[in-house]
Write a protein that binds this ligand. Structure first.
Ligand code: DIR
Ligand code: MN
Ligand code: MN
Ligand code: MN
Length: 322
């Protein structure tokens, strides 16, 4: 299996600097070497962490309450093309963020590529403390990293090409093919959206009630076999005990093992086509930064087929390769 890596050093979807340094921190911790050396994956990576500074608009006023709309739109459009180019020739795409607004790029890219390549819609497993499904109008913060899912599902619409109007039907995700795991901090407007659209969501309450094993069985049963899976993993899904260095930490989260288990279960399906690892911010809680980076690396390794036996006992993404 070939893995295409996109390193997105972007923080414009939220106000805290430092999340742009995560891709380099993950790579310096040995990520790419481990994927090649331990997991026998062929990694395609241009060696560059993109910062997209050439896309910074000269002026970028708030629009519909969104902060930095033109910059985030331009960067996510570029990320969409980068991800699409890997996915269209059968590579599993690993995107290192960056804040979670970049999922507008990654998911639109894989959705388009899988429609063209397999004639299929993708499913998304969104692992996060937050639902990131605010529309510009329901958002209290105006931070676009809290909105990507609403644009990707078409719940938020915008005609202006330079403010996400570039997202077309081919980029979109069905609300029926979206599953959340780990939720525990959802805004009022988001709760209404989740309820009204019958979106499948496993909150921390569900993880406590059923255990993570049963939750993964239910999540994967909802998606069904033979569907390409895009896993979008926000490190703040983990409890701050394991991943303190993140912009909006919320207590009462997943353990490190539960996070790895989610990734292992998705790997076992053989249907993983893309993974995002986002919201690691090494400059917050500097004492905990190395733990947070290690947790991120661990989730990536598990999703790409590492096992407790250190043996790639299943072949990632083979099932869908025709
Ligand atoms: C909040 C926080 N729901 C917002 N979202 C975060 O700003 O829309 N997402 N932190 O990761
Ligand atoms: Mn998120
Ligand atoms: Mn989050
Ligand atoms: Mn909130």
């Amino acid at each position: 299996q070939d893995v295409g890596v996109v390193a997105v050093g972007f923080s414009g979807g939220q106000p805290k600097a430092g999340v742009d340094a995560a891709p380099m921190a993950l790579i310096e911790a040995g990520l790419i070497k481990e994927l090649e050396g331990d997991l026998d994956l062929k990694v395609v990576f241009d060696g560059q962490v993109h910062n997209y500074s050439e896309m910074l608009p000269s002026e970028d006023p708030d629009y519909r309450g969104m902060k930095r709309p033109k910059f985030v739109s331009a960067v996510t459009k570029e990320v969409s093309n980068q991800v699409y180019n890997y996915a269209k020739d059968g590579k599993l795409v690993l995107t290192l963020g960056g804040d979670h607004s970049i999922a507008m790029g990654t998911i639109s890219g894989t959705a388009k590529a899988m429609r063209e390549r397999l004639g299929r819609e993708i499913a998304v497993i969104w692992v996060d403390a937050h639902a990131d499904i605010n529309t510009p109008e329901t958002s209290d913060s105006g931070n676009i990293h809290g909105m990507p899912v609403s644009f990707l599902t078409g719940l938020a619409k915008e005609d202006r090409e330079d403010c996400f109007g570039w997202l077309k039907a081919e980029h979109m995700l069905s609300t029926k093919k979206l599953v959340y795991i780990g939720l525990r901090d959802i805004d009022r407007g988001e709760k209404k959206i989740l309820r009204e659209h019958g979106i499948k969501a496993f909150s921390m309450h569900d993880v406590d009630r059923h255990g993570i094993g049963k939750v993964m069985d239910m999540a994967l049963a909802w998606i069904g076999s033979d569907t390409p899976i895009h896993l979008s993993f926000d490190i703040d899904a983990l409890d701050p005990m394991w991943a303190p260095s993140t912009g909006t930490a919320v207590r009462g989260g997943l353990t490190l093992r539960e996070g790895d288990f989610i990734a292992e279960c998705v790997a076992e399906t053989g249907s993983l086509i893309a993974l995002d690892l986002v919201e690691v911010n090494p400059s917050l809680d500097e004492v905990g930064a190395s733990d947070t980076i290690r947790a991120g690396n661990s989730i990536i390794r598990c999703a790409l087929g590492d096992t407790l036996l250190g043996w790639a006992g299943f072949t990632v993404a083979r099932q869908l390769d025709v």
